[in-house]
Ligand binder design. Structure first.
Ligand code: HEC
Length: 198
């Protein structure tokens, strides 16, 4: 055999393994029964558009971060969940017409409605990159899957967080793990436009 074919051999192996992984049908994230107790709530993100989100994670993620506070990649199996609530609208800003929401004396949104949207992402394989994560969504009051085109826009938007293993809130989780306190953040962007969590 010529030396040239030897040098090409390792590349072929890598491509074959990668090809097999990406040919698999998208993994399904199962509904996490009793997620409010089986998962750990590590942060609350309020937004100026009146949405208030609880962020949950599985305990193995917390263990992994205790073991390595500078963790770059979560182990396979880690599950993140985001539960959405709406705040009570109390009128409109006289000048801008923007809706105003009821807040606590500390300035946090007062929740009035469960939006019945539980978004999930699970690490299905170890390693770096979006192909190792599966996305899903359920109505948490019925455990019925939401009608979503998966991984669709979840994947596209979360790709912006690829350097923190596809999660936007890794810093909030790290602060939770080191302090034991549920983190709070007010993001002034509407919708799900990312805010830089410090
Ligand atoms: C336009 C951007 C965008 C899209 C689309 C999006 N997300 Fe997110 N997602 C975020 C941001 C930003 C956060 C951090 C929490 C916050 O700011 O409200 C987040 C947080 C999460 C979290 C908690 C872990 C983390 O990354 O911090 C999960 C789970 C999640 N999203 C699942 C989903 C699923 C499932 C979909 C698709 C149905 C989806 N996301 C679509 C922007 C997006």
């Amino acid at each position: 055999m010529k030396p040239a074919s030897w040098t090409r051999a390792p590349l072929l192996v890598v491509l074959t393994v990668f090809g097999a992984a990406s040919a698999q049908s998208p993994a399904v994230v199962p509904y996490p029964q009793a997620y409010k107790t089986t998962l750990v709530r590590y942060a609350v993100v309020d937004r100026s558009d009146g949405m208030s989100r609880d962020l949950y994670v599985s305990r193995d993620a917390i263990e992994a971060l205790r073991g390595d506070p500078r963790l770059k990649e979560f182990p396979a199996g880690v599950l993140f969940a985001l539960d959405v609530h709406g705040a009570r609208a109390i009128g409109r800003d006289a000048k801008t017409g923007a809706p105003l929401f009821e807040v606590t004396p500390q300035g946090r949104l007062v929740r009035s409605k469960h939006e019945r949207t539980l978004h999930l992402m699970q690490k299905v394989r170890p390693g770096f990159g979006s192909q190792n994560w599966a996305f899903g969504g359920f109505d948490p009051t019925t455990a019925e899957p939401l009608k979503l085109q998966l991984p669709g826009d979840c994947h596209l938007c979360h790709q912006a967080a690829v350097m923190s293993d596809m999660t936007f809130s890794l810093n909030l989780l790290k602060h939770f793990v080191s302090s034991g306190t549920v983190q709070y953040s007010l993001c002034r962007q509407p919708g799900r436009q990312p805010c830089p969590f410090q």
